[in-house]
Design a protein around this ligand. Sequence first.
Ligand code: HEC
Length: 178
Amino acid sequence: MTLRTSIAAATACAALATAFAAVSARAGGDLVAFPENYATGVLYTTVDRADNKQYRELYVSPRTAVEAAKKGEPLPSGTVLTLVQYAAKLDAQGNPEKDANGRFIKTNIIAYTVMEKRTGWGKEYPDNIRNGEWEYQAFKADKTPNTAANLTACFTCHKPLDARLDFVFSYDKLKAAP
Ligand code: HEC
């Protein structure tokens, strides 16, 4: 699945998210600590999001997760994926400016979303919510958890990628990481 088709699927599934029964993803999210050292991991792709005028950096650690993806193996216990959301630089009309490569230009960090996988995690979720052994958490720019985030929506939107892509939208990019 390409990132583009994934995003289309994601948009469609967002509408479904609210249809699922409430489950306590909040407690699960508390297992995920802010990844202080995310920037020492592998920056494996960046995404320009025109819909919300964001520039995003996607980091993975540890490096063995990249090796696993290349081999088509499940990502190892201890894998942390960090998505850093930056406000894109806007022009006078309020549209994202582009750099010489036609890419958005990052300014300040707005928020972070993190997914972390550990052996034994996820057991408490019903099958229609569970994403293998992944837990999700959203953090504010100050690195504290965003308690207003709907963590169940993280599960429901990533769910259709299932075990084949290890619930990761950017799986192809992870595989292609240097
Ligand atoms: C409406 C669908 C949707 C929801 C809800 C959603 N995501 Fe994602 N997520 C995506 C898409 C699409 C990407 C691919 C990168 C991009 O477009 O920014 C992504 C990428 C990610 C990544 C990078 C790894 C990957 O899968 O590519 C992380 C980490 C992540 N999301 C965490 C979260 C967390 C935490 C939440 C809940 C607070 C969440 N997501 C909610 C659609 C969603």
